[in-house]
Write a protein that binds this ligand. Structure first.
Ligand code: ARG
Length: 538
């Protein structure tokens, strides 16, 4: 090293030790940590972000609810996790395409059309009138669907009629198409409301995503290719299947005996389309529940056999189920949990909690309402993201809204607290002491709590990187929670704005304000990666 380099190293590293099973431990200097804090403050929201020009192209497909069926709590998981993964990848320099593989095609629409035409209110006209007025049209459709199945148990001709209507739909029958289109519109009434509340967006197909129906006319080509590659085998009853080498996986059905296509047929067409649209090196991530694990293994294996994708180009993030704490949710209606009710409940409960915490709040009614949304939705999302995605998660309102525990509100509150310190600093004209007036970094001697915070700020980049490689938002949640705790420990032990008079008072003040501002910045960025808002006041 030149003597200049040498002194650079000395400035940044204070100790190098060999530790037992063969580690080398480096201890970074206070100067180094303060320089990093400087970086946090100058880069703000981009601190930790990768700006790369070799951005790997990735499709993240998530949410994917089904038309004319309830948006389930499983779809909520997919939505929240998929969105966070997409954010994290983008932050790491990937070029991300956000897709929603809506279940908007399939034989169930034949049944639904039959039900619309003669069940429910008895006639199509009356059914349409009722559904058009309904606040949640999907509820009406689900009721019709249930009625259909009840009646079909004793009258199998209904099933035949359903099949017939599906064939008509496939052939482009005008009335069938119109009713199916209506079902899509009705479902979007609910979906848009949910996405809006969750603050989740998609980029593909003008924000609606490429649903299954988009691939209706693209399946023929796939069938041809399967045939040409000798992959389709006649099943006993006339269905068409693909078998896997040595039966390592069960056969996958591609065509039913009546010649109709399946979920898998549409997925194949989707993935072929993706290769064409985004390029053969595209990376495709499906965020879908663990119950579809076997199916995705079959799909990926088949796509490998076709020579489409290499196995590392396909990932299934399989999220675990929700478990409900005893005492169940009051929102259960029949067997269906309506997500809207869950979101409303979260917001209501967040409001109660906030009112308990802060009785004399000077917020206006509007502010309170929008804050309850931020906190309630944040609590739900945090609950979904704080643990490894594959684990099943517990649905327990108390834990979700616990201001003292590992919860969304706890972290949001820490952020708001940091912000309020910064506002006070401003108000009491301490702003003159703000960090912009550079502190001489070499002069600063950190106490233990300050050091703990600064070390953790420095670790942000590493966490962000690991979260991307492992597709693991919980690593970000864990990081933020730790940062919040370290900041609160510091906050409880040292006064930020009332520093003991001494000759270095101004410097210490300035430094502590800088630290607070750095923590706020990184908390906000981290929460943002999880799709959670950071409220300025709470
Ligand atoms: N709509 C499906 C469901 O609700 C999920 C779709 C998942 N994505 C896919 N490419 N198959 O179960």
């Amino acid at each position: 090293l030149t003597s200049e380099e040498n002194s650079g190293v000395r400035k940044n590293i204070t100790k190098i030790e060999v530790a037992d099973p063969g580690f080398v431990n480096f201890t970074v200097s206070d100067y180094f940590l303060c320089t990093n804090l400087d970086l946090v403050l100058s880069e703000k929201g981009s601190y930790g972000k990768v700006l790369s020009d070799t951005r790997r192209k990735t499709v993240v497909e998530y949410s994917s609810p089904n038309i004319a069926k309830p948006f389930t709590i499983g779809h909520l998981r997919s939505t929240v996790i998929g969105d966070a993964v997409a954010n994290i990848l983008e932050f790491n320099g990937y070029q991300v395409f956000r897709d929603n593989h809506l279940g908007d095609w399939g034989t169930q629409f034949g049944k639904l059309i039959v039900a619309l035409r003669k069940l429910g209110q008895g006639s199509l006209e009356n059914n349409l009138a009722k559904i058009n007025l309904a606040e949640n049209p999907v509820k009406e459709l689900v009721a019709l669907y249930i009625e259909f199945h009840k009646l079909a148990d004793s009258d199998p001709s209904l099933e035949d009629e359903g099949r017939e209507w599906f064939t008509r739909l496939e052939k482009g029958d005008e009335q069938a198409r119109e009713l199916w289109q209506k079902c899509i519109e009705w479902s979007w009434v609910e979906f848009s409301r949910i996405y809006e509340q969750l603050g989740v967006k998609f980029t593909e197909n003008e924000g609606k995503g490429y649903g299954e129906s988009y691939f209706e006319d693209k399946m023929g080509e796939v069938l041809e290719e399967l045939k040409a590659k000798n992959l389709l085998v006649d099943g006993k009853d006339g269905a068409q299947l693909v078998f896997f080498e040595g039966n390592k996986l069960p056969p996958l059905m591609i065509l039913k005996k009546d010649g109709s296509t399946l979920y898998a047929t549409r997925d194949l067409a989707t993935d072929k389309f993706r290769l064409e649209k985004y390029g053969s090196d595209i990376w495709v991530i499906n965020e879908v529940g663990a119950e579809q694990e076997l199916y995705f293994r079959q799909l990926y294996e088949l796509e490998r056999m076709l020579g489409w994708y290499k196995s590392d180009q396909r990932v299934h993030i399989k999220h675990g189920h929700f478990r409900f704490k005893e005492g169940k949710m009051s929102t259960r209606k029949g067997n269906v949990i309506w997500l809207e009710d869950v979101l409303d409940e979260a917001i209501k409960k967040a409001r109660q909690v906030m009112e308990e915490v802060d009785k004399g709040s000077e917020l206006t009614e509007d502010e309170k309402q929008s804050l309850s949304e931020v906190v309630g939705i944040g609590a739900l999302k945090w609950n979904d993201l704080k643990g490894s995605t594959q684990r099943e998660i517990l649905f327990d309102w108390n834990e979700m809204l616990n201001m003292q525990g590992n919860s969304g509100p706890y972290v949001q509150y820490t952020y708001a607290r940091a912000k309020s310190v910064l506002v006070k600093a401003e108000v009491s004209r301490l702003s003159e002491l703000q960090y912009s007036e550079k502190v001489d970094l070499m002069e600063i001697v950190l106490n233990e709590e300050e050091r703990a915070v600064l070390v953790w700020l420095w670790r942000f980049r590493t966490s962000v990187e690991r979260a991307a490689t492992e597709l693991a938002p919980h690593l970000i949640a864990g990081y933020i929670y730790e940062l919040a705790q370290r900041f609160n420990t510091f906050y409880n032990k040292h006064s930020i704005l009332k520093v003991e008079p001494s000759e270095r008072r101004a410097e210490v003040l300035r430094f502590r304000i800088a630290l607070t501002s750095g923590v706020a910045e990184v908390l906000k960025t981290g929460l943002g990666l999880l799709g959670i808002e950071a409220p300025e006041r709470m």
